[in-house]
Design a protein around this ligand. Structure first.
Ligand code: NAD
Length: 396
């Protein structure tokens, strides 16, 4: 069939298999053009099909020659409905990894469930014996608790007063004012249950009890801090509470893993266009302004550049891993540079629908958004027939 993007707000309901494959190829080429690093040998990535988790998997496999297992939640094509982007991304990753002689396996299903954890443990036991890196990169709107059966929903809301600021409709370029009502206590609790550290801890405990964590294992999860303007909706809001919980979990896991020479980290990453970040009010306008400033200063990075730097210079770099006063790895260091933030802040005051293409990188945002689904990718003929049915090799 001929596949074009079909968008509904910040969601695109179609994905292009060849465009996604090309995006994977580009990320692999980027890693292969960098200096190799001595990194992990056997890696588990939870949330491996898009965004930061996918880039982590590519950086470990093609930068350090690691074998990988990826766990994710995506669906195959059905009739005239295309598969999700993460499905096509993983199919392309698996094919490239095998071409390179790397072992790689994919597990599709709900990472919050006990059954997927058990399946992953079995696969590690039969194929790798143990893993020496566990990347936790889930971003989800919902979680069903494996013990109580309660289903939680996460919300992105401020805590305390109503939050009012500028926001962007990135399809039309319209900049408007939005007001978001504060979360209730119940919404805060549920957001922490979805995006906090409980599930990461459950994974590490179950992997540890099954004896599949190698001595000296590293585990890392991802967080975000960001600028003043998004504080009420992000870091001081419901999602920020969940990130505090995730960061506290790292301290707890670090203590636990130290007994076997292991370590747990949270890495604070840069704001980037992903399926998750597009859904947050205000953030797309900030990201557009940030992109423009960082591109002008030649500091711009995408997920793959961020993950290469995280792995090669921090987690597997020389000497002690550099962390801030809270023990966090700051790979958002270039985003948070004083000159970058001052310039974004200056532009923020002026931004409106008339000057958004001048002061912010609206076209860069839009392109990145469509590329998440395999569209607007160089070298792809979008008028050509393409088979939407793609198999993932080594799928469990
Ligand atoms: P993403 O939406 O691109 O990726 C999420 C991944 O989680 C996908 O592979 C998806 O399949 C998987 N997933 C979701 N629910 C699942 C489930 N129930 N079972 C199995 N897999 C499931 O998101 P992202 O932006 O890469 O976010 C990953 C992490 O990075 C999050 O913790 C996020 O807060 C953090 N982060 C993101 C940004 C950003 O700007 N995008 C910045 C800093 C930190």
């Amino acid at each position: 069939m001929i596949i074009h993007p079909k968008t509904r707000g910040f969601i695109c309901t179609t994905a292009h298999p060849e465009g996604c494959a090309k995006q994977i190829e580009n990320q692999i080429e980027y890693i292969q053009a960098q200096k190799k690093f001595t990194g992990p040998a056997n890696v588990l990535v939870i949330g491996a099909s898009t965004g930061y988790g996918l880039a982590s998997r590519i950086a470990a496999a093609f930068g350090a020659g690691a074998n990988t297992i990826g766990v994710f939640f995506d669906r195959a094509a059905e009739g005239s409905r295309t598969a999700t982007a993460g499905w096509y991304n993983t199919a392309a990753f698996e094919a490239k990894a095998q071409e390179k002689g790397l072992k790689s396996f994919s597990i599709v299903g709900d990472a919050f469930s006990d059954s997927i954890k058990a399946k992953t443990i079995e696969l590690i036991q039969s194929e790798f014996g143990q893993v020496d890196l566990v990347v936790y990169s889930l971003a989800s709107p919902r979680r069903t608790h494996p013990v109580t059966g309660e289903t939680f929903s996460s919300v992105i809301k401020p805590i305390g007063p109503t939050y009012t600021n500028k926001t962007l409709n990135f399809h039309t370029g319209e900049v408007s004012t939005t007001s978001i009502e504060p979360a209730t206590e119940e919404e805060i609790r549920q957001t922490i249950a979805v995006m906090g550290g409980e599930d990461w801890k459950m994974w590490i405990e179950q992997l540890s009890e099954a004896g599949v964590l190698a001595n000296g294992v590293t585990t890392v999860a991802y967080s975000y801090v960001g600028p003043e303007v998004t504080q009420p909706i992000y870091r001081e809001g419901t999602i920020g509470k969940a990130k505090n919980d995730l960061e506290n979990t790292a301290t707890e896991l670090n203590e636990r893993l130290q007994a076997q020479g292991g370590r747990a980290f949270v890495s604070v990453n840069k704001a980037l266009v992903t399926q998750s970040s597009s859904a947050i009010p205000v953030v797309p306008l900030y990201i557009s302004a940030l992109y423009k400033v960082m591109k002008e200063k030649e500091l711009h990075e995408n997920c793959i550049e961020q993950m290469y730097r995280l792995f090669s210079e921090r987690l597997y770099g020389e000497g002690e891993v550099q962390v801030d006063e809270k023990g966090l790895i700051r790979i958002d260091d270039w985003e948070m540079r004083e000159d970058v933030q001052a310039e974004v802040e200056r532009r923020w005051q002026e931004l409106d629908s008339d000057n958004v293409t001048l002061l912010a990188d609206l076209s860069g945002y839009q392109k990145d958004f469509f590329q998440l689904f395999g569209f607007q990718t160089e070298g792809i003929d979008y008028e050509a027939e393409v088979d939407q049915n793609v198999d993932i090799p080594n799928l469990y």
